[in-house]
Each structure stands twice: as C-alpha cells, then as structure tokens.
Design a protein around this ligand. Structure first.
Ligand code: ATP
Ligand code: MG
Length: 871
C-alpha cells in the first residue's frame, strides 16, 4: 500500500464505524497562549474536552499535521539521529466525546491493525496503566481485560505514570492510556531476544505506533484528580511509523513518504544516502526539516526572532548546519528542495502549492542570512581558540556567547573545536544555558488558581456582535499570578466583551451591580473561553451585573478592523491577487496589516490604495454578516480563506461591497462610519512579506492635521509666501550658492594665511619649520596645510590653536621627502593629542587632532616641535 492508500484506509475504517472525518487543523496555532504549534491530534478538540464548547460530533477521526519541537513535546534533538521521530508528522486519530469508551476503542484499534492492515499479531504488544498510589488511581483493569481478549498475557505490559498516564497540561483533562507497540525486527533477532523486554526501551525497531488515551479525570491546580462527568477517548497513531510497518521497512525514511526527498538531496549534494553514517543523519535531518519549515510558512508562520517564528528559524538553521557540515552545501540549498516537496505533497495539502513562491523566497533569504552568520561564527571561533591556545580549553561562557549572541550552534562549536584539538567546557555551557532558561521562565511565569464555580456552569454566549451592554452573571472566577502580580479573571454566562483574537485586541469596560462599579481591564480568550480581567473581585459574586463595553474604544477598533478588509481588497486590486493576508493587529489607535508582496510599494501605488479605500468608505456599504455558514458555501460566496483560522464546519462571513472575508471580529455597521483612512507607513518585515500601518477616523484626521501644522510653520518661516514650494526651493538654492561663495572666500583666506606662514618660516637643521598659533577653524588650518604641502619641500607645518567654539586643535604636516625618511604625522599627532586630552590621526603627511584641554596647547606644540625636529 502507498502512504496515501494507508491514510485513506484509516479514515474509511473509522467512517464505517460512525465517525465524522474532519480536516487537519493548521499546524501553527494562533490565539492560544498555551500552545504555539499543534502537537497532538486532540489539540483542535481541546474546547470540547474542557466543556467550553459543546462537542459538535460524538465520534470524529482525522489525520492531523503535528509539530513537536517546543514545550512539553520536543523531539528536535532526536530527529535525524533516529529513524522514527520527526519534527512534523501526521497523527491519525479517532475520538469519542462522551460516547464509546475503552471496549470499542481497543476492539477497533485491534481490528484495523490486524484484520484490515493485516499486521502480524505476534509482533504486537499493549501497555496498560499500573495505577498510582499517590493519585489514588488503581490499575486500569478494564483496559487489561479488553486486551486479554486479543493478546496473550505475555504481550500485555504494565506501565507507570510516566508512560501510561496522559495529561494535557499541568491542569485539565487526563487519564490512563494504553499504547500499542510493534516489533519490526527480523525473525532471527526476535528468536534471540524476546520483544517484550524491548518495549519502551528506545529500540528503533520496537516502537510505539498508537496511543489510546482514556480521558476520565480532571487534574486540579492543587494536584488532585476529580472524575470527569463525561468520559472521552483520544487516540493518536504515527502515520509515518504505520507506513514503515506496513511497507516492511525498518526506517520511516525508507517509506514512500520520504524516499523522493532523500533522492533529491542525494542528487543535489552528489553524495550517496547511507543510513549509518553522518551523511545519512544529515540527509534525514534535511528531509524531515524541509517539511516542517515549508508547512509552517504555508500556515502563515514565518521564521523570526521571537516565539513561534524563532522555533521555525531554529529548525531551518539546524537543517542548514547539517547540510553545511556534512554535505558540503555552502550555498542556499533548502530552497531548491521545495519544488520536490510541493510535487510530492501539493495534492494532499494544496496550501503548499499555493504558497510555493513565498516558501522558496523566505527560505532562501533565511539561508543566506544564516550562512553569513556561520562564516562570522567561524571567524569568532578562531579568535576564541587563539585566546585559549595555551590550555586548548574553550570556556562555557565563550561557547555560550557564540550560541546566544551569534546564534552559533553548540554542536558546531564542538565540531570545530574537536577538529582543532580543543575541548569545550560543556558543563559550564549547560550551566549558562540553564540560567538563561530560568530567566525566560521567570519572565513568563504564570500561576493559575483553580476555577471556582459560582452558581450554574454554562458555556458563555457572546452577544458582542449585536450589543455593547447587557446583564450578565458570573459563572466562575479565579486568581492568576502573572509575573508575581495578582489578577482576577471572571467568566460570565454571556458577554458583550470581545476576547482578544484573530489580531483584534480585547474589549475593556465595566460591570456594575448596585453601587459597585468594577473595571474590566481586558478580555482574553483561552481555549475558546472569553475571560474578563477585572480590576478586583466583586463583593457579591451572585449579583446580576450590568456589563458595558467601552463604546468609544470599541467603535475605533471596529472601524479599524473593517478598514483592514477594505485595505486587503484594495491591495489585491492595485498590486494583484498574489496579495494574501499574512497577519494583522487591530487596535483602537491604528492597525497593522501584513501581506505577501515582493517589492516596495511605490508612492503612486500607496496613493491609489488610499484613494480606493476612501472611495469604499464613502460608498457607505452596509455590513453584511452571515453567521454559521458552512465552509464550502462561504468559499462559494468568494470568501478569502484567512490563514491560521481553525476551520470548524461553519464560519462567519463578513461582506462590505465586494470585500468578502471569513472573520470572527467586530465590524462597523457600514463602511461610512470608518470616516477616513490613511496609510502611516509601508515596510518589509520578511522576505516577500510587507507591512502596512494605517489608521482611520479621528486618528487619521489628527495625522493630517499634524502634517498641515508642519506646513504652516514652514509657510510662516517663508514669510507666508503664496507659492510655498517655490519659496522653499529658492531658499535651498540660494543656500547652495552661499555655500559655494563661502568656499571661495575660505580658499582666499587659506592662501593669505599660507603666505604669511611661509614668510615667518624658521630653518632648523635644513628643515623649514612653519607655525600657526591662531586660526578660525580646523578646516581652514587643514587647507593651509594642504597648500603648504603642495608648495614646499624639507618642511614641517604645525598649527596649534583654539577654534571659534573654544576647542583646542592641532594640525601637523610633513613634506613628502620627510615622510620618505620615516616621519609619520599620524603617529606624532597622537602623542601630542594626549596633552590636550583628545585624540586624532590621519596620514603620514597630514594629520589632525582635537581635544578638550585648551591649556595643553603650548605643551602640545613643544612636543610636536621636538618630534618634528628631533630637538
Ligand atoms: P515516543 O515515546 O515514541 O516519542 P510518544 O509517547 O511521544 O511517542 P504520543 O504522544 O503518545 O507519542 O503520540 C501518539 C503517536 O504519535 C505515537 O504512538 C507515535 O506513533 C506518534 N509520534 C509521536 N511522536 C512522534 C514524532 N516525533 N514523530 C513521528 N511520530 C510520532
Ligand atoms: Mg515522544
């Protein structure tokens, strides 16, 4: 079976068992402070598990793109070195939300693997949770009994909390799990060593392929467990590992998922793939990483210096580094592999094909920048080694500086060190690394208390699209410590406050009951739940509160948000339909809009875009809002699919005239209320991605007012000239002619001074010594020196004077014949400059110095005379 057939067989099997098949959620997670990337199939169903949102289906199955390179699941360092961990991989999963439980989950898992896929039963093992005394949870007898129906007891293994109890995070839904492992060794090997002893021992051919999690508890902040009202099943099977088992291979990289890319890398590098040496490791790293990088970019996450962007940058640099070191790639090469990836996966993942050009450009630019860093790092490494030539030991601090400040990876430092017979103090390096991690942890430490229920728990109804004020009741609250500051968080039964999401900032406002008025400082969204950050806890939690959004602020936000849609439409008209949104930030004062485009916008294009948007504003197109539209229908309406949205089965469509977008944000009732639109700036933020900052309404007016004020001030300076532009131009031009006239006068002056200096020359040992003790400026003195240099031989000129702005100045000139005999004005003047507390330099024939201490001038002159004449 090909990998595509394997995937389809999995989905068909669970569809036949009553599961709804859903698409993969984006791999890049937006709007979730606890997660940067999807790391398990269950992520997109978090809200259903937490009960923040009712489950849309009882049974679901899918193939989910996952990335495990940060946070709780981080396999990055394994990838390439082993043959079965990837950064990005597909996780096949089936779910039950309060429907079937252990019996069916195990039965169907077994049926699929052994009857449909026909895997050898003798090679399969199952693990079962052994129980935990500290948590008061007994052994998972129910799961064990189910497995006994299919497997001999010798193939059922008890596992501890670490392997067999799955938790979403520090708190939240959790439960025992049962993993299915497979032994892919040869019969000969299996006869020698019993597979059961190798399960969970890190053997590359005895590996976990499927994990069945039985969610039945909720972990509270104090660490205790309480049973969940509804029990769920959450399973995850590694697609690439399944392919390896079914295609009879011993490495994920030998399956058809990867062979095409490995061949391409081999061809590009001119080296042969050999699984067991460094070249093999490097090719696996690259074959793996190119997928993670390309899919992230297609999902809207570009490499950058912060957060998720930094994670992607690190993956990319890891790939470049392996290619650079082991495959001799000294020029960008990853970008040249993208077409291969697109050819292979573009059908299953159309976003790759659509973003092909952007992916290539971004990767190329990143590679170029990193290759420069590598060169620089190698030079720094040389310096560090020179410094440590005595001991041949590189300190942990030096290695850390290379790593942290210059992005120079530690294993590369180690490699270079080793090649040169040096060692790196890795323990000290790790101490530095740990210190840095601790600093980062302290900076983001958040301690959340348990939610306390008030009255009946309910799913929050958001009414903020239709009203900014309503009566609300508190359903839960908690205190959260953020960087040691306490914060009160409230959840209401319904709310008019928009929770920060999709680039739009959260609402603020008030809640009032009786005499009590409490400010709502911000509204955020966590796992789909709108959370209100309150100034303090209300005295009566059970009161009914009047909730009021800060209307003025919200109207500004709405206007800005609607303006981003108009801007998007205008950009596509003016620049072309390759323009796609890459990100946005919508606040009350201004907004940012990031989009794909490959060059700077011209002045005319910016004007044209502004004009188009303002025209749409004046057309006063009413907001047409369609809620709960099935996604296919929305596409049919021509809605632009924004990246990073988690597509449920229905979406909200926002239409203004011919701008149609999928959007969950707040909008103006009609474009007219935006009032006026102005672009503040247009700039590049990454290869192929531009950013426009703009503003609307009052802010746009103020921006224009400010420009006008500047112009009035200029007009006043020009004596209210009727033609301002002509007046300014004339001033600039006459300024230029004055400057030229001034230069001529200065030259005249220099000639006069030169003549008088020459007339007073004294001869010492055949050298004519000329001095100048008063002058207006350094520039003038230099000119004199130049003239003398051109006219005299066997001569020295020394100028030492106080300039018009009271600074001590020195100028020293040696004629060429003296320079030929070894005189060096630059060197001599630095000596003398010390006496005026200054510094200087120049060439051998002419040098200047300035300083702070005027009183030192005479002594400095003495020194110069001495140096010049040797007396
Ligand atoms: P392992 O112990 O092998 O790292 P895990 O315990 O981290 O696996 P789970 O979190 O249970 O795995 O994920 C479910 C399934 O996803 C695993 O059984 C495995 O088949 C697959 N899987 C997990 N991590 C990776 C990875 N980095 N690359 C490819 N497949 C993976
Ligand atoms: Mg793992």
């Amino acid at each position: 079976m090909t990998s595509n057939e394997i995937r389809q067989t999995f989905l068909d099997f669970f569809a036949s068992k009553g599961h709804t098949i859903v698409p993969s959620a984006p791999m890049v997670v937006k709007n979730d402070p606890t997660l940067m990337f999807t790391n398990a199939g269950m992520n997109q169903f978090k809200d259903w598990f937490l009960g923040n949102e009712p489950a849309k289906y009882n049974r679901v199955a899918d193939s989910q793109k996952c990335l495990r390179v940060s946070g709780k699941h981080n396999d990055l360092e394994e990838v390439g070195h082993d043959t079965y961990h990837h950064t990005m991989f597909e996780m096949l999963g089936n779910w039950s939300f309060g429907d079937y439980f252990k019996k069916e989950a195990i039965q169907w898992g077994w049926e699929l693997l052994t009857e449909v896929f026909k895997l050898d039963k003798n090679r399969l093992y199952a693990t079962v949770f052994e129980g935990s005394e500290s948590d008061g949870v007994p052994m998972d007898e129910e799961a064990r009994q189910e497995w006994m129906k299919y497997l001999p007891e010798s193939h059922i293994i008890l596992g501890n909390k670490h392997d067999n109890f799955w938790e979403m995070g520090d708190t939240g839904p959790c439960g025992p799990c049962s993993e299915i492992h497979i032994d892919l060794r040869s019969d000969e090997e299996r006869a020698k060593v019993d597979g059961v002893t190798l399960v969970n021992q890190g053997h590359h051919l005895v590996i976990e392929i499927w994990n069945l999690v039985f969610m039945q508890f909720n972990r509270k902040a104090n660490g205790s467990l309480e049973p969940l009202p509804a029990k769920h099943v959450d399973t995850g099977m590694g697609f690439e590992r399944l392919c390896m088992a079914l295609q009879g291979k011993q490495s994920n990289y030998d399956t058809d998922v990867f062979t095409g890319m490995i061949d391409a890398i081999a061809a590009l590098s001119g080296k042969k793939y050999e699984p067991d040496n460094e070249i093999g490791v490097a090719m696996r790293v690259i074959a793996d990483h190119i997928r993670a990088i390309s899919f992230s970019i297609a999902d809207g996450q570009l490499p950058s210096n912060v957060k998720a962007g930094y994670v992607i940058r690190r993956i990319l640099r890891r790939a470049v580094r392996y290619g650079y070191t082991f495959l001799d790639f000294k020029e960008p090469f990853l970008c040249r592999l993208v077409p291969n990836l697109v050819a292979q996966m573009g059908d299953a993942f159309p976003e790759l094909r659509k973003q092909n050009e952007l992916i290539v450009r971004v990767i190329k630019e990143e590679e170029e920048a990193f290759l420069r860093t590598l060169d620089k790092g190698i030079k720094l490494m040389d310096n560090i080694m020179a410094k440590a030539a005595g001991t041949k030991k590189i300190s942990g601090v030096d290695a850390f500086t290379l790593y942290d400040t210059y992005g120079f990876p530690i294993d590369l430092s180690e490699l270079i060190a080793r090649e040169n017979g040096y060692t790196i103090d890795l323990d000290a390096f790790n101490v530095e690394l740990e210190k840095q991690k601790q600093r980062a942890r302290n900076a983001t430490a958040i301690e959340a208390g348990d939610w306390m229920s008030v009255g009946k728990d309910a799913v929050t109804e958001f009414v903020g699209y239709d009203t900014m004020a309503t009566d609300v009741n508190i359903v839960r609250y908690r205190t959260v410590k953020v960087k040691n500051k306490e914060q009160i968080q409230l959840v209401f039964d319904k709310t008019p406050f928009y929770g920060e999401m999709g680039g739009e900032v959260g609402d603020s406002g008030w809640i009032c009951a009786g005499d009590e008025k409490i400010a709502i400082l911000n509204t955020i969204k966590e796992n789909g739940l709108p959370i209100h950050i309150a100034e303090r806890l209300p005295s009566d939690l059970r009161a009914t509160f009047k909730a009021q959004v800060d209307t003025e602020r919200r109207i500004c936000i709405q206007n800005n948000h609607s303006a981003t849609h108009l801007l998007h439409a205008a950009l596509r008209k003016v620049l072309g339909t390759h323009v796609e949104q890459k990100g946005s930030f919508v606040g009350p004062e201004s907004f940012r809009f990031d989009f794909s485009h490959y060059e700077k916008m011209s002045h005319e294009q910016i004007n044209e875009v502004e004009r188009l948007v303002n025209k749409m504003i004046r057309a006063n197109a009413p907001l047409q809002e369609y809620r709960d539209v099935p996604i296919e229908e929305a596409r049919g309406m021509g809605a632009m699919a924004l990246f990073g949205e988690k597509y449920g089965n229905s979406v909200r469509v926002i239409k203004f005239g011919d701008s149609i977008e999928l959007c969950g944000g707040c909008h103006a009732p009609a474009t007219g209320s935006i009032g006026y639109f102005r672009i503040i700036s247009e700039s590049a933020i990454a290869a192929g991605v531009r950013r426009i900052e703009a503003t609307t309404g009052l802010r746009a007016e103020i921006m224009v007012d400010n420009m006008e004020e500047t112009i009035s001030a200029i007009r006043e300076m020009c004596n209210n000239a009727p033609d301002l532009l002509a007046a300014v131009r004339k001033t600039v031009e006459s300024n230029e002619s004055y400057r030229k006239a001034m230069e001529a006068v200065q030259q005249e002056r220099a000639i006069n001074i030169k003549n008088s200096v020459k007339a007073t020359a004294q001869t010492v040992d055949g050298v004519s010594v000329m001095t100048l003790r008063a002058c207006l400026s350094m520039e003038l003195a230099r000119n004199v020196a130049f003239l003398l240099h051109g006219e005299t031989t066997a001569s020295v000129f020394i100028a030492a004077f106080e300039s018009e702005d009271n600074k001590p100045c020195l100028v020293l000139m040696y004629s060429d014949d003296l320079v030929a005999k070894g005189k060096d004005a630059g060197k001599d003047i630095r000596e003398a400059a010390k006496l005026i507390q200054g510094g200087g330099g120049g060439q051998k024939f002419l040098a200047t110095a300035g300083g702070k201490n005027v009183d030192g001038l005479s002594e400095a002159t003495e020194i110069l005379l001495k140096l010049a004449t040797g007396k």
